[in-house]
Write a protein that binds this ligand. Structure first.
Ligand code: FES
Length: 573
């Protein structure tokens, strides 16, 4: 097996010439023969002027390079797609698979013996981990780390749970234009990822739980010296991976790793998006995440981390309370401590080395949890035969069992046009239903599941309602919101059968979501359903349309899951 600069030579039919040419070109950068003979560590650089969350990536790249070189290997930075939540039309999930393909193919195309994946903003770490699982060369993840908190009138602010809270207050006219403008300038006071337990923080924690990142790298603040030292340490470990040829993602991403990640997702009060990404990563590693099994296991896992949007704190508090190692220690036997990690220690050893911080209340013990059972619940019923998800930890307790009249929005455009109409026939105990917002429908499964409270209800003080859709929700959002209804309406799912005025019953303890229409009528509507689909004529949009899977399979492309294998076709034999 070739290594270093001899890996993956361009095909000219003459390997010696390919290497000669490669060395001739790379020497243009001033590298010596000594440098070019070393094991190579690729560094996936996701800095972009469109991605403020990754504003510290250049400094991290430099620190990783230092670590690689101190350990005697050769670092080589390469750019990939970068995705920021607010600069990703139509949605960041839509681009996640493109970034995963870009990253996987560049890992394969360029000679490297190990790779450091620097990411953070919501879809970047999932894309990179999916890519690493498929490329299956030794890989280590370095999250960019959470941003600082902001302050406004004596209150601590965190993107982006407080973005939503303040926007809701503005819609309800409890704060005015000048105050919302002031808040706008204070919500994201530094580079780094959203500082609540949103999708970015969730995925960084899951990277540690999967054994792919160094302890504490999920939570060390983006702007601190510790983050830079973690980058240097990551570079050192990567050099060792390059030298030894492992462990590879396939050595780490086994059934134990996915069970541990599911447990951590529940215990941190993690983002609903985390389940989609975990399903996609599992698919790349040749596993299938069973939603019912995830839900069953989750019933025994208490929420232990007191962070917004489920709780009170921010990522810096989680870090100073001991971060992921402390959480793993508190989870005890709920985590399989025999699972290996990229730096060599077993996960149990990481937990045993956790700091015990006197007086901290952010990472609770199992005797004093934030919530006694897991953050996420999987629902089934006639509305969601393939499953739906609710973040019960961020929902109103009074609405977890609720029956109400359906108020249906046909699409995002319909929602935007009518939600604030003073004549909208809606009451506080109604159930808002949004369809055509799934992977195919929107397309790209936008984070539109956090339907706004109709303005006239918001003004009268309504803060939460049951909302159901085939969309996703930002990990920083909160409310009694049923998401990821599968199959989606655009794929012929039963969400498309609901009519205004139908009764809908949500029963989170019973794990059910049903439309209370008699079976004969339900079947009649199903026979008449003709989901309309716009088929893109070309390009990535067409690829997405033709190959994206539903939420229960992670919205990956159907041809990307499972281990890589080449089949010979058309040989006539
Ligand atoms: Fe980048 Fe929230 S927008 S992590």
């Amino acid at each position: 097996m070739s290594s270093g600069l001899r890996k993956g030579l361009t095909s000219y039919g003459d390997a010696g010439f390919s290497l000669f040419l490669r060395k001739a070109f790379i020497k243009a950068m001033g590298y010596s023969d000594d440098a070019l003979e070393r094991p190579i560590v690729g560094i996936a650089d996701t800095a972009s002027d469109y991605n403020p969350c990754h504003g510290n990536v250049p400094a991290l790249v430099e620190a990783v390079k230092r670590g690689v070189m101190l350990a005697g290997a050769m670092p080589m930075r390469f750019p990939t797609i970068s995705i920021h939540e607010s600069f990703a039309h139509p949605t960041s999930l839509y681009l996640r698979n493109l970034m995963a393909m870009d990253t996987e193919e560049m890992i394969r195309a360029q000679p490297m013996d190990a790779v450091v994946l620097i990411g953070g903003c919501d879809k970047t770490l999932p894309a990179q981990i999916m890519a690493a699982a498929s490329a299956d060369i030794p890989a280590i993840v370095l999250p960019v780390g959470p941003m600082s908190t902001g302050h406004h009138r004596g209150e601590v602010l965190g993107a982006c749970t407080d973005c939503r809270r303040y926007w809701a207050a503005y819609r309800a006219e409890t704060i005015d234009e000048s105050e919302i403008e002031a808040v706008n300038g204070r919500l994201a006071p530094s580079v780094g990822t959203c500082t609540v337990m949103g999708t970015a923080s969730t995925m960084a924690c899951l990277a540690e739980a999967l054994g792919l990142a160094l302890p504490l790298s999920a939570s060390a603040p983006a702007t601190g010296a510790e983050r830079v030292r973690l980058a240097e340490a990551t570079g050192r470990v990567a050099a060792g991976l390059a030298e030894l040829g492992g462990p590879k993602p396939s050595d780490l991403l086994d059934a134990r790793a996915f069970r541990n990640a599911g447990t951590v997702l529940q215990a941190i009060g993690g983002s609903t998006n985390g389940l989609i990404h975990l399903s996609a990563i599992a698919g790349r590693a040749g596993h299938r995440l069973d939603l019912a099994a995830f839900d069953r296991a989750g019933r025994d896992v208490p929420v232990l981390v007191d962070l917004k949007p489920s709780g009170l704190g921010y990522m810096e508090h989680f870090h100073h309370a001991g971060g992921m190692p402390r959480l793993l220690a508190e989870l005890g036997e709920l985590v399989d401590g025999t699972a290996p990690t990229v730096a060599g220690a077993r996960l149990g050893e990481v937990a045993n080395a956790a700091e015990r911080v006197p007086g901290q209340t952010v990472i609770r013990s199992r005797h004093d949890p934030i919530k006694p059972d897991g953050a996420l619940a999987v629902l089934f019923g006639n509305l969601a035969p393939g499953g739906a998800l609710i973040k019960q930890a961020a929902a109103s307790a009074s609405l977890l069992r609720h029956e109400g009249r359906a108020v249906v929005f046909e699409s995002l455009a319909d929602l935007a046009a009518r939600i604030d109409d003073p004549d909208l026939d809606v009451a506080a105990d109604d159930v808002l239903v949004l369809r055509e917002a799934g992977p195919l429908g929107a397309p790209g499964m936008p984070e539109a599941g956090y339907l706004p409270i109709p303005a006239k209800l918001a003004r009268s003080g309504v803060k939460d309602m049951v909302r159901i859709s085939d969309a996703r929700m930002s990990g920083t959002a909160f409310g009694t919101i049923v998401l990821h209804v599968t199959p989606e309406s655009a794929a012929g799912g039963p969400l498309g059968l609901v009519r205004n005025g139908d009764r809908i019953r949500l029963d989170v303890p019973g794990r059910r979501i049903d439309c209370l229409v008699d079976e004969a009528e339900w079947a009649r509507r199903a026979r008449e359903l003709r989901p309309a689909r716009n088929v893109p004529s070309r390009g990535y949009a067409r690829l997405w349309h033709d190959h994206v899977t539903q939420a229960d399979q992670g919205c990956d492309f159907d041809f990307l899951s499972g281990p890589a294998e080449t089949k010979r076709t058309g040989s006539g034999s």
